[in-house]
Design a protein around this ligand. Structure first.
Ligand SMILES: N[C@@H](CCC(=O)N[C@@H](CS)C(=O)NCC(=O)O)C(=O)O
Length: 194
């Protein structure tokens, strides 16, 4: 199995989740501007969407989209699925919120079309982080056990830090807790971020 990633990009979430799941995989870096992998592959032939993450499974199929990849990883490692009859659905709910309500405004802040757009995206992201602050008081999004959604939230908080968007204190503590985890430390080392 191979994970196509770019250091520090949203693919870091999938990298961490694969580590948390204890699944063996090869990390392959992608130059997003050139659309080539470090193995000199045409990345558009692997993922015609042209973006990371992309996960090539052992049978050759390629999965794309953080929500799908993180859900697939959780299916391989039930310890990453929250408890309860609605556990999987709650995780999907969190993944959908992170991908559409946090990931997108943060990207708009990184690549604004106008100052007004950047400020609007900042206000949106701030409000949306605030809604999650109350959820991580017990440790992670779903209590004291990491789910496949937590690495995605962690990566968004890294981006917020880079964009000088202050995170509410409970989210800053959550990020610190994530950074104490060997799965996170290993991913950061491999991506050259630690
Ligand atoms: N909807 C996609 C978005 C992925 C995405 O935005 N990837 C970024 C890095 S975080 C990327 O590769 N951008 C390069 C590009 O779009 O050319 C997902 O959630 O997986």
């Amino acid at each position: 199995m191979q994970l196509y990633l770019t250091p520090g990009a949203c693919s870091l979430a999938d990298h961490i989740a694969l580590n948390e799941a204890g699944l063996g995989f090869e990390p392959i870096r992608v130059d997003l501007a050139a659309k080539r992998s470090e193995r000199d592959e045409d990345f558009l032939a692997i993922n015609p969407k042209g973006y990371v993450p992309a996960l090539r499974l052992d049978d050759g199929q390629v999965l794309t989209e953080n929500v799908a990849i993180l859900s697939w990883i959780a299916e391989q490692a039930p310890q990453l699925v929250p408890d309860g009859p609605l556990g999987r659905i709650r995780m999907l709910e969190a993944l959908a919120y992170i991908t559409s309500e946090l990931h997108k405004p943060l990207v708009r802040m990184m690549f604004p079309t106008a100052d007004a757009d950047k400020e609007a995206a900042r206000a949106l992201a701030e409000g949306r982080f605030a809604l999650l602050a109350g959820k991580v008081a017990d440790g992670f999004l779903f209590g004291d056990r990491v789910s496949a959604a937590d690495p995605y939230l962690y990566v968004m908080l890294r981006w917020a830090r880079m964009l000088e968007l202050p995170a509410p204190a409970p989210l800053a503590s959550f990020a610190t807790r994530m950074e104490e985890r060997p799965a996170v430390q290993q991913a950061l080392r491999v991506e050259g971020l630690a």
